[in-house]
Every structure is written in structure tokens, then in C-alpha cells.
Design a binder for this molecule. Structure first.
Ligand SMILES: Cc1cc2nc3c(=O)[nH]c(=O)nc-3n(C[C@H](O)[C@H](O)[C@H](O)COP(=O)(O)OP(=O)(O)OC[C@H]3O[C@@H](n4cnc5c(N)ncnc54)[C@H](O)[C@@H]3O)c2cc1C
Length: 333
């Protein structure tokens, strides 16, 4: 049994803590969030799309490979947490307006075999509320999950883990995490999953601003995540329980975490409304901004040295990549 100390309780930190505790290790986790439900991590803001195919439009093939592995693992994790309904892998749709088909074709050209064009009747059968003149492609096997619920479930299902909420790591080194109250945690292995908080130790790391909106749209049926291919925006709509549709997300080269800008809100909502006209009377119930931790090559990194493991750079894909990266990390531990 090893003694493991983890800095950062986002998706990566919680998943590792849960897995390591299940494997019989002693685990302590430090995070400045006051409690497991407080939305400190970027993972709380995420839409929860699991899109290895669609993300190929602007990600390396490695991301898709890890993503497909995670897509097999997430349902097993949700099952083990006793909440199988938090993960769905029932496919998603790519959409484009007729005038944007050129943009769509360029994105589709970067994807492996998979996207199947759908005719109008097939689209209407799958998603009758979508604008009928949209071009559509079916992405089999893609999925979605419920980020907030999974983050809380992972923390609650890990009773053997010692969660040090409300504490910030001031130094993360091999075998040692120093805390803001002057105490230190010694461990056989330290794992750094602080996301953007690890910037002092990973200088090329940067935050990429993402903005997201939640709409309450009773009676507007959307059965699966859909993504609109658009020359200027990457807009997706993700149905959630309680008649909520999440619309996301902007991608802005900025580390500004101030509230959603008017331009992003207008553009995201205009694009969403153009795909799903019934959203006209939806109510905007929540807006959120967070920073995606990104490295210059936009790939995840797993850096290992004796007594220390750093996992970072999850960028747009943290939920998509976390289980596959956790699997790799566990081999090092
Ligand atoms: C708008 C938006 C939409 C997104 N949508 C998706 C999506 O649909 N699908 C997908 O796969 N990904 C999505 N993402 C990306 C995903 O959220 C990130 O890739 C993921 O959260 C990164 O996980 P992480 O665990 O590395 O970092 P985080 O989730 O940010 O967690 C880092 C944790 O470290 C803690 N921390 C920071 N500093 C310290 C410190 N000094 N000491 C201790 N703890 C510290 C923080 O409080 C936080 O809890 C989205 C992101 C955004 C912003």
C-alpha cells in the first residue's frame, strides 16, 4: 500500500483519488474549494460532451484514441459509483446550415470513418425539433455525462480518501506537498492535478477562456448532444435533465474569468436558436466562465519522475480524456 498525496480535486484529481483508494492505497487530496460541491474546478463548468470524433476537427489523433478508451471506461465508472444514468453513449449529431457546408466538409475531412450523412427524414425522426433544412451527420458511439453530479459522486464514493478542502498547495514536489497553513504532506508519491493552478511549475501552461449558458426550455425535445459547424463558432447543445439545454462554448485566448461577454452570449444563443428554433422562449438560467488548462501543442501531458507525477494540459477534453489518462497514471504509481 502506497501513501499518495494529490494536489487538485478537479476531474483528474478526483478520478485518481477514487481509483487509488479502491486499489487499497492511502490517499490525501488538497483543494482550495471549501467543499466537494463548490464549483472551483474547470471540470464543474464543462458541458460534459464525450466527442472523440467531433474533436478531431481541431485535435491530434492521440486525443481521439484516448477518448475512445475513456468512452469505454466512463460507463463502468458510473456503474461502480451506483449512478449509471450519469453517462450516456448514444451518439451525437454534427449539423451545418446549407451556407456553411464548406466549413463542415473541412471539419469532416479531419475525422476518421464514422460520420454518416443523414437525410432530412432521418434527421427529423431522430431530432424533430431541429431546423429541418440543416445538413446532418451521425456520430455513432459519442456520449455525454453529467459533470457536476459525477464530481460530487466521486468525492462521496471515496470515503477512505482524506479530503483536505479549503487548503491550497503552495509547493508540489517529489514526495511533498506544502500547504498554505505552513504544514506539509509527505508521501510516497505526489500527484499534481491542479489544472491551471500548476502554472508556476509548468510555465508554458495557459488558460483558454470558455463561456457557457444554461437554458431552461420546457417542451423543447433534444435527445442527444448536437454540434453546429459554423465558420466562426464551435457551438454545441447538450440536453440535461429538468428541461435544461447547455449551450457552449466560446474559446477565447484570455485568462480573464470575468462573466460571459455580450458578444459570446449573443453569438452562442443566435447559433443555438438557428439550429433549434423552439428555443426562442427558453429562459437563460445560468451563465458560467472558466479557463481550460492548455499546453502549446494542445495535448495532455503526463510527466513522471521519482516521487512525483504531473498530469495537465487537458484543454477542451478533460472529461473525454480523464479515465484513459488515469489508467496510464496508475501504471506509474
Ligand atoms: C466552458 C468549458 C466547457 C468544457 N466542456 C468540456 C466538455 O464538454 N468535454 C470535455 O471533455 N471537457 C470539457 N471542458 C474541459 C475540461 O473542463 C477540462 O479539460 C478539465 O476540467 C481539466 O481537468 P483538470 O482536473 O486538469 O483541471 P480542473 O478541472 O480545473 O481542476 C483543477 C483543480 O485544482 C485545484 N487547484 C488549483 N490550484 C490549486 C492549488 N494551488 N492547490 C490545490 N488545488 C489547486 C482547483 O481548485 C481545481 O479543483 C470544458 C471546459 C470549459 C471551460
Amino acid at each position: 500500500m502506497a501513501d499518495i498525496a494529490i494536489a487538485g480535486a478537479g476531474v483528474m484529481g478526483r478520478l485518481l483519488a477514487w481509483q487509488l483508494a479502491r486499489n487499497g492505497h492511502r490517499v490525501r487530496v488538497v483543494d482550495p474549494a471549501p467543499d466537494p460541491c463548490a464549483p472551483g474546478a474547470a471540470a464543474f463548468t464543462a458541458a460534459g460532451m464525450l466527442s472523440p470524433l467531433a474533436e478531431q476537427a481541431h485535435a491530434e489523433p492521440e486525443v481521439a484514441d484516448l477518448g475512445w478508451r475513456s468512452l469505454r471506461l466512463w460507463p463502468l465508472i458510473a456503474q461502480a459509483l451506483g449512478q449509471p444514468g450519469l453517462v450516456k453513449t448514444e451518439g451525437s449529431l454534427l449539423l451545418a446550415h446549407g451556407s456553411d457546408v464548406g466549413t463542415a466538409q473541412r471539419a469532416l475531412a479531419r475525422m476518421d470513418d464514422g460520420p454518416e450523412p443523414l437525410n432530412r427524414a432521418a434527421l427529423q425522426m431522430l431530432e424533430p425539433a431541429l431546423a429541418p433544412d440543416l445538413k446532418a451527420w451521425w456520430l455513432p458511439g459519442e456520449g455525454q455525462l453529467m459533470p457536476r453530479e459525477l464530481l460530487v459522486a466521486l468525492a462521496r464514493a471515496s470515503p477512505g480518501v482524506d479530503w483536505l478542502w479549503g487548503r491550497r498547495a503552495t509547493a508540489v514536489q517529489p514526495h511533498l506537498i506544502a500547504l498554505d497553513d505552513g504544514t506539509e504532506l509527505d508521501a510516497d508519491v505526489v500527484i499534481d492535478t491542479r489544472g491551471l493552478g500548476a502554472k508556476p511549475d509548468l510555465p508554458p501552461l495557459r488558460g483558454v477562456r470558455g463561456e457557457i449558458l444554461w437554458l431552461h426550455a420546457p417542451g423543447v425535445a433534444l435527445h442527444r448532444p448536437v454540434r453546429l459547424l459554423h465558420p466562426r463558432h464551435r457551438v454545441y447543445l447538450v440536453p440535461r435533465p429538468g428541461d435544461v439545454i447547455v449551450v457552449g462554448a466560446s474559446e477565447v485566448e484570455s485568462e480573464d474569468r470575468s462573466p460571459v461577454s455580450l458578444r459570446s452570449a449573443v453569438e452562442l444563443m443566435a447559433a443555438a436558436h438557428s439550429a433549434l428554433p423552439a428555443l426562442a422562449e427558453a429562459r437563460i438560467v445560468h451563465m458560467d466562465t472558466h479557463l481550460r488548462p492548455a499546453l502549446p501543442d494542445h495535448r495532455p501531458c503526463l510527466i513522471h519522475e521519482p516521487g512525483l507525477l504531473r498530469i495537465n494540459g487537458l484543454f477542451r477534453h478533460g472529461w473525454l480524456l480523464a479515465p484513459a489518462l488515469a489508467e496510464q497514471a496508475l501504471q506509474h504509481v
